[in-house]
Design a protein around this ligand. Structure first.
Ligand code: ADP
Length: 263
């Protein structure tokens, strides 16, 4: 849209009724995108109108997890997001030909995010979820600039080392004056056939991050929930059929639906 004035971001208006959550993690592989896609579907199942922006530029995985099988279309100069599992989705992966790696630099990422927020026809959303890249990168700062009211959800595993980097990612919110809604601990344990729990990645990471961020932010940052390891979660993500739909009464399905109800 060279030369034209930038279009307003509807979610940044003071009278916007859309709750915007950015899902952040310290490092990759902790289940941030799995949590984002499942929360989106669980919230849609509650009757809410939900959108997801996959801003994990280097590791975009939301379209596969939600089973998006269409490309965005263009109507006039707006981008229409495809819908999958009742959720409107835009991903940087939809604008990269083939499966080429993305080599964009900071300012381009900011610009892409801005376009995803202003040039996509989202309609009236109750909730918008942003899947951020792992770490304390520029994208978190961009989100804060573009939508100051964004609330942060931090995902970590129980492991101490993972918790420390998650804490750093969450602490960006203190600098940008955003609210941290809470911490979600993923991969908390494996339920064994005899009903006992094996804590594969240790324990305590989620509570530790919640306590540290509470002190740092000066407001209560709760542990929103713990999601066990569950083969059905991984299978659902691979098949584009999120676990909250494919196995809602399994360990991960129950945990994720509970967290979505509490948001
Ligand atoms: P991130 O977005 O943090 O990089 P992903 O959501 O892509 O992480 O998850 C990494 C891998 O771990 C995926 O294959 C996903 O299916 C799997 N996974 C995530 N959480 C769980 C869980 N609770 N149980 C089983 N597999 C999980």
């Amino acid at each position: 849209r060279g030369g034209q004035a930038e279009r307003e971001i509807p979610f940044a208006r003071p009278d916007s009724l859309t709750r915007v959550y950015a899902v952040a993690s310290g490092k990759g592989g902790v289940g941030k995108s799995s949590v984002t896609s499942n929360l989106a579907v669980a919230l849609a199942d509650q009757g809410l109108t939900v959108g997801v922006v996959d801003a994990d530029i280097y590791g975009f995985s939301i379209p596969r997890m939600l089973g998006v099988d269409r490309a965005p279309t263009q109507v006039d100069d707006m981008i229409m997001p495809p819908e999958a599992q009742g959720v409107r989705v835009i991903s940087v992966g939809m604008f990269v030909p083939g499966n080429q790696p993305v080599v964009w630099r900071g300012p381009m990422l900011h610009r892409a995010l801005q376009q995803f927020l202003s040039d996509v026809f989202w309609g009236d959303l109750d909730v918008l979820l942003l899947d951020l890249p792992p770490g304390t990168g520029d994208v978190a700062i961009s989100v804060a600039q573009l939508i100051p009211g964004t609330e942060i959800i931090v995902v970590t595993t129980p492991q101490q080392a993972a918790a420390e980097v998650a804490e750093r990612a969450g602490s960006i919110a203190a600098q940008t004056h955003q609210r941290v809604v809470g911490v979600i601990e993923n991969m908390s344990w494996l339920e064994l056939p005899d009903g006992s729990r094996q804590e594969i990645f240790g324990s305590g990471g989620g509570q530790h991050v919640a306590d540290s961020l509470s002190r740092l932010m000066g407001h209560e940052v709760p542990l929103l929930g713990q999601i066990p390891l569950d083969v059905a979660l991984r299978e659902g993500s691979d098949a584009g059929d999120p676990v909250v739909r494919s196995a809602p009464d399994g360990p991960a399905g129950v945990a994720l639906r509970g967290i979505a109800r509490g948001l």
